[in-house]
Write a protein that binds this ligand. Structure first.
Ligand code: ZN
Length: 304
């Protein structure tokens, strides 16, 4: 499972976000499915783990009969072959409807404020127990990660609405923009940009972390001017930095292995960032919730 209900906050949390916590309460999570609540355990959440974090049920345990999360894996495999829009509409976590940056513990950069906008207008406080009993539906995400995963996982359902403040398009299909390798271009409109990660290692400097992408300007089959993402992480905790470094290293290895095996699945970097007007090959990201990698097959069904 990629997400679970955190008992202390009564919020659904992404397994990937566990790495940001100073202390993970092993017994603090239950299944977020409707009418379920079975205990689940966080796995592989330490920054040094080179496997993606997840939640798992105790050995031999099963979800409650009416749990809507237990069918998620089955839905995922169906979603690769055709539209499952009806199921996604009533499923809590598979296809978020919006991005809502509500966690004020994180230092919000000017860019994040511009993107996250009126974060408090939507943050209704939930009383304990309420989260588990509210009707299931497409919820808001607290980072771009589950949104990017849904973009890759449900190619036939990219017509579903997706609202992100300061992005003026409103569906999965149109909110995402691939950078591509046809030269460096200006992108005047904010989008969730994405591209395959390069094999090269990200470089650390006083400015932050510079991540090379496998696209940009080519000359004689050589990438002479790649797009790069500069992560300004001066305000980030040590844990958050370690987590991104490790995630990138894991992603780089995934891509090298995929290329060697000629596999269709690749690892992409996704981000909401500001393009540097003086160096269009560079995008700047400051908020850790606005950058992530995701591994999967990028597939576009033929238009009817
Ligand atoms: Zn369950």
């Amino acid at each position: 499972m990629d997400a679970a209900l955190e008992l202390a906050t009564q919020r659904t949390v992404e397994a990937d976000d566990l790495m940001l916590l100073k202390h993970v309460d092993t017994y603090g999570y239950v299944c977020h499915g409707h009418e379920c609540g079975i205990q689940v355990f966080p796995r592989s959440y330490r920054p040094e783990n080179l496997q993606r974090p997840h939640f798992s049920l105790p050995k031999g345990a099963t979800h409650e009969p009416n749990c809507d999360v237990k069918g998620e894996d089955e839905l995922r495999s169906r979603g690769k072959k055709g539209s499952i829009a009806g199921e996604l509409e009533t499923s809590p976590g598979l296809s978020p409807a919006s991005l809502r940056l509500v966690d004020t513990r994180v230092v919000v950069s000017p860019l994040a404020t511009a993107v996250g906008g009126n974060s408090h207008s939507g943050s209704r406080s939930t009383t304990p127990g309420e989260a588990r009993h509210k009707p299931a539906g497409r919820r808001a995400a607290n980072s771009i990660r589950p949104i990017c995963r849904a973009f890759l996982e449900f190619p036939y359902d990219r017509h579903l609405p997706l609202h992100i403040d300061r992005i003026n398009t409103t569906t999965y299909q149109t909110v995402f923009k691939r950078l591509r390798g046809e030269g460096i271009k200006a992108f005047p409109q904010q989008r969730i940009f994405y591209e395959k990660l390069a094999w090269g290692v990200a470089q650390e400097s006083e400015e932050g972390l510079l991540i090379p992408l496998d696209a940009g300007e080519w000359e004689n089959k050589l990438l002479v001017r790649p797009y790069r993402v500069l992560v300004r992480w001066a305000d980030w905790s040590q844990t958050a930095r370690t987590r991104l470094r490790n995630e990138l290293e894991l992603a780089r290895r995934e891509n090298m292995a995929a290329d060697k095996a000629k596999a269709e699945k690749k690892t992409f970097l996704f981000f909401i960032g500001a393009q540097n007007p003086n160096e269009l090959s560079q995008f700047v990201v400051s908020d850790q919730r606005l950058i992530c990698s995701a591994h999967g097959e990028l597939f576009f069904p033929k238009q009817k």
